[in-house]
Design a protein around this ligand. Structure first.
Ligand SMILES: Cc1cc2nc3c(=O)[nH]c(=O)nc-3n(C[C@H](O)[C@H](O)[C@H](O)COP(=O)(O)OP(=O)(O)OC[C@H]3O[C@@H](n4cnc5c(N)ncnc54)[C@H](O)[C@@H]3O)c2cc1C
Length: 469
């Protein structure tokens, strides 16, 4: 819990109310009597611009002047069915998803940013046995590591609601393609909903800086995606996060969409599920995910400020993320199994300006090795020419070796290519009339944000033709 100081006086009823409230909630606080401490009295006046208003509270250094009990509940994460503390960070997608779930369900939670609070960061590592996983939630003092929405629903005893509404279009995936589809569908006056299993924004959200989206010389991925989501919301589309689509059934005149929570009904569907990081499949990789092994520099890079990291891969993403890490890490070692990088010349040229990047071309990663507490400490890589093994020590490793389409749930329903991408025809129509595909999950798609938005437009035209026809 945060450090709480209550500045008050014996005679003040609101001070008594506040103290009683905190005591009842079993929350520790320091009490300072302003009638006894001149220093405290001066501080209260300074906080309240010359006025001597009590109680004045300092909660983790932030001041609150005579807060009512419900305001304190909000700040401290107190609810009738439990106290909720969320340890997270601004850049963390799952933190946003969990926060949105709590907010949507009217729950108070105390949000602690691990980037701003080193004690909180250590606490998260301690709870997760050395692993740096966020969000970590404390619900009535019991820790939950990155709980999904069904777990939160169960633990917080939130009643499940039944969805009877039939939407015109249900969009699976809240990335650039899905959001654009929703913008066009809403403007066509179609009642639309986006179901997103994690947080809104997709892969673009985890991209620190996008420099090739028209209209912006440079834009942060989260900013761009927040703007798209805002536009979708303003136009009136519904967005539900933490909902993973598992199956689709064709009924008479609509589809039934089964998810990890409830079922939805819609007259048409756009699959815009994008793609996910490919793994190496080597020893130690799975065991140390979150304990030194990562797939997103924007998400987890901050843990490695002034430390050494290894980057695996040789394409545009690997080099871009490697250079991003080199901006604040002590050293970045890039390992690529090819003789040359497959990235474009622009990235290769830019890489040369970094003095803290060391490159290991023509080396294949064999295993990731842990220290005696299970945390990553080195990678064994093999020189492809002389088969000699090298132990590369580092504090963490980031893997950027490509993406696989998120189409597993649609295997057997939609026709897929040999690479598991969804096959489409005119206006992004799949083999099932009424189901369309857009973005990185679609066969033939160009994996770029601008392209994904265009795919969303095309799919929305397909939907329009289908619904009007
Ligand atoms: C590291 C990195 C850097 C990049 N840099 C750039 C760049 O600089 N410029 C550029 O133009 N492009 C860049 N890209 C590519 C760009 O991010 C993608 O092309 C774009 O995000 C694709 O959008 P999308 O909507 O098709 O898919 P995604 O962004 O992948 O979104 C799909 C969404 O669907 C959700 N989903 C998946 N399955 C389900 C399910 N069953 N139920 C519910 N939801 C589901 C996912 O959680 C995800 O949020 C980068 C990609 C990466 C990974």
């Amino acid at each position: 819990m945060p450090k709480i100081i209550v500045y008050g006086a014996q005679w003040c009823p609101d001070c008594r109310r506040t103290k009683d409230f905190l005591d009842k909630q079993k929350i520790d606080f320091e009490y300072v009597n302003v009638d006894v401490s001149l220093e405290a009295s001066a501080l209260v006046e300074q906080i309240n611009k010359g006025k001597r208003i009590i109680p004045t509270l300092l909660i983790d250094g932030k001041s609150y002047t005579n807060p009512q009990n419900h305001e304190l509940s909000k700040v401290l994460g107190l609810n009738p069915n439990g106290k909720i503390v969320l340890y997270g960070a601004d850049w963390c997608g799952d933190c946003r998803r969990a926060k949105r779930f709590l907010t949507d369900n009217g729950l108070n939670f105390l949000s602690i940013d691990v980037d701003e609070n080193p004690d909180a960061a250590s606490y998260v590592e301690q709870i997760n046995k050395g692993k740096r996983i966020i969000p970590t939630l404390l619900i009535n003092d019991i820790p939950y590591t990155n709980p999904d929405n069904p777990t939160l629903q169960k633990v917080l005893q939130i009643e499940e609601n039944v969805q009877d509404r039939i939407y015109d279009v249900l969009i699976i995936g809240g990335g650039a393609a899905g959001l654009t589809t929703a913008i066009y569908a809403q403007r066509d006056k179609f009642d639309s909903i986006i179901l997103e299993r994690k947080n809104i924004g997709g892969n673009a959200f985890i991209t620190k800086s996008i420099e090739n989206y028209p209209g912006f010389t440079k834009v942060s991925g989260p900013d761009l995606m927040d703007k798209m989501a805002e536009q979708v919301t303003i136009l009136g589309a519904q967005i539900e996060t933490g909902i993973e689509v598992k199956n689709i059934h064709k009924l008479n005149d609509y589809f039934k969409i089964d998810t990890n929570q409830k079922s939805f009904k819609s007259k048409s569907i756009v699959v815009a599920t994008g793609s996910t990081y490919r793994t190496l499949g080597i020893d130690g990789e799975q065991d140390m995910i979150g304990a030194g092994v990562h797939f997103c520099a924007t998400c987890d890079g901050a843990f490695y400020r002034d430390k050494e990291v290894i980057v695996i891969g040789g394409g545009n993403s690997a080099l871009e993320e490697g250079m991003f890490l080199a901006g604040f890490c002590k050293k970045v070692k890039i390992v690529h199994r090819g003789e040359n990088f497959s990235a474009t010349e622009t990235y290769i040229e830019k890489l040369k300006s970094f003095t803290n990047i060391e490159v290991f071309l023509n080396h294949t990663p064999l295993s990731f090795n842990a220290n005696n507490t299970g945390i990553f400490q080195s990678a064994t890589i093999q020189n492809n020419q002389n088969q000699q093994n090298i132990q590369l020590t580092a504090d963490g490793v980031f893997i950027f070796i490509g993406l696989i389409p998120n189409t597993q749930s649609f295997n057997g329903i939609l026709n897929l290519s040999s690479t598991q991408h969804i096959l489409t025809k005119n206006l992004n129509q799949t083999n099932v009339p009424g189901i369309f595909a857009a973005g990185d999950c679609r066969h033939g798609a160009i994996a770029q944000v601008a392209a994904a938005t265009g795919e969303g437009v095309v799919a929305s035209y397909g939907v329009r033709e289908y619904l009007k026809g």
